[in-house]
Ligand binder design. Structure first.
Ligand code: SF4
Ligand code: SF4
Length: 491
């Protein structure tokens, strides 16, 4: 346990090794219940939100042809790219913040790879039975029963994968439209490609690759060591309490903690059943056994197939299955729980751990700052966008001998209500507008392009004059001012 966190998380093994199939054993417990709950909530959100309606349209939709992104009441236009960039930066920073604070909780409970793998494994268990039955079935020759079970499993996997791919595309093409054009089939080539591609990716990643994605493909597993320190929450085996491991009959040997009763009272166990770390000093004499009975249940339940008793490893996705497994053994032996537990490197070494440390403050403040900028930006975002583009021709002289400059105004009503607008010009020079510029009506989210001509008499402008286009909403107080220039002959 004296190796640094980074050193323990760096993989110095070969780039590729042929992996044995892992058959994780089912276990019940607090963390497994929590994981099941997270799975139901996240899958429910993924499959359900696509069908929600908001104001007569799909509530969450990335409308690529129209270049608009809808999230309930919010509509992001290409001009709002900064908000999407902010969202992505906040997502990245959150990962840093929560990893520094709580380790790989994301991996164990919220990562799509974990969530869909759990769903696929659940189907596998229903069709092929528990760990031992699955191992036996895989080793058995092909019989009618085996073909039936495998066929059933893959059929259900395929249905789930196709539904996942269909839902994914449903966030880019209105999902009800996509459903209604399925039969008779009239999806576009891209829609068909992405549904099949995403389905195949789900089927392959959750059905076959599983822990290999975490071990070899996920970049997060590799760079997490940069975010870990000795106060980061990790799942660890308390080797000082557990070693020397060895089997025993129930009731034949009290727990290490009980044997330490003389030195430290048991009521020092905290509310979570964690062992106070001062007890680390009370390692039993060599001839006595520690609390680990070497049942290997913690290894059998591990979805990545590692032995947490070997120390912190980058393959550990912090799912908590080994905690539940070991706690169930501790309960049977009537030993206190927590031989494997959520803890920190410092605590394992008998030191005090600090939750609030500089990097937490730095990540936290940055995150809060960005969140505040995002919220203020959204609240103050104008529902009107105006772009003014000057014509390429510098100026022209009309039939009356006056000087004209041509412009194109692009007006975008980002609101979900219709509005009318009027346009005025402000300039230090005497410049007038050649077209009617009031009562310009735009339907909700309409983009309108208006050609506009500004006119002045010869001699009013010599060279360049600044002009302002002021666009005001007739039925509200939204106002946008855009600067431009009027160009005339210098003499
Ligand atoms: S060692 Fe395995 S079972 Fe334990 S938390 Fe890590 S991945 Fe899960
Ligand atoms: S489950 Fe607990 S007792 Fe069994 S081998 Fe793992 S650490 Fe030891």
């Amino acid at each position: 346990m004296n190796k640094s966190i980074a050193a323990q998380l760096v993989d110095d093994g070969p780039l590729y090794v042929s992996e044995k199939k892992i058959y994780p054993r089912e276990i019940k417990g607090r963390y497994q219940r929590f994981q099941r709950l997270a799975l139901l909530v996240l899958l429910g959100l993924y499959y359900g939100v696509a069908w929600l309606n908001w104001d007569g349209r799909q509530a969450v939709l990335w409308d690529l042809p129209a270049r608009k992104f809808y999230i309930f009441n919010l509509v992001f236009w290409p001009q709002d790219f900064i908000f999407l960039a902010l969202l992505l930066i906040m997502a990245g920073l959150s990962l840093f913040f929560f990893t520094a604070l709580a380790g790989r909780l994301w991996c164990g409970f919220a990562c799509p790879q974990t969530v869909w793998t759990e769903a696929f494994v659940w189907i596998e268990k229903k069709l092929e039975g528990d760990r031992n039955q699955r191992m036996k079935l895989d080793a058995a020759p092909w019989t009618g029963n085996k073909v039936l079970r495998k066929f059933g499993k893959h059929s259900l996997w395929l249905i789930l994968a196709l539904w996942t791919g269909f839902t994914f595309v449903g966030y880019f093409t209105p999902i009800k439209e996509l459903a209604s054009t399925f039969w008779p089939f009239s999806w576009s080539g891209w829609e068909t490609f992405w549904v099949l591609f995403y389905s195949l990716a789900t089927w392959g990643n959750a059905g076959f690759l599983r822990e290999q994605v975490c071990k070899y493909m996920c970049p997060y597993a590799r760079f997490q060591s940069a975010m870990f320190d000795r106060d980061t929450l990790i799942i660890a085996y308390d080797s000082l309490r557990g070693e020397t491991r060895g089997s025993r009959r129930k009731g034949s040997l009290p727990s290490v903690l009980e044997r330490a009763r003389g030195l430290l009272p048991l009521n020092k166990l905290n509310d979570h059943g964690f062992v106070p770390f001062e007890l680390a000093e009370t390692k039993p004499a060599p001839e006595e056994l520690g609390d680990c009975i070497d049942c290997t249940l913690c290894v059998q339940v591990c979805p990545t197939g590692i032995d947490i008793r070997d120390g912190l490893q980058y393959e550990c996705i912090a799912c908590g299955a080994c905690i539940d497994a070991c706690n169930s053994i501790m309960d049977k032996l009537e030993y206190p729980q927590g031989l494997i537990r959520f803890t920190t490197q410092h605590q394992l070494e008998g030191q005090t751990s600090k939750v609030l440390r500089p990097r937490i403050f730095v990540y936290g403040f940055l995150l809060l700052g960005l969140l505040a900028i995002f919220a203020v930006g959204i609240i103050q975002r104008s529902p009107l966008i105006v772009d003014v583009m000057r014509d390429k021709q510098l100026y022209r002289i009309n039939d009356e001998g006056n000087i004209e400059n041509a412009y194109t105004l692009r007006i975008i009503n980002k609101d979900n209500k219709a509005h009318t607008y009027k346009i005025r010009i402000a300039s230090e020079a005497e410049i007038t507008v050649g077209d009617a510029l009031s009562n310009i009506s735009l339907t909700p989210e309409e983009v309108q392009t208006l050609p506009i001509t500004l006119i002045t008499k010869p001699g009013n402008v010599k060279g360049v004059a600044n002009v302002k286009f002021i666009i005001e909403q007739s039925d509200g107080d939204t106002k946008v001012t855009e600067d431009s220039r009027f160009i005339a002959p210098a003499e």
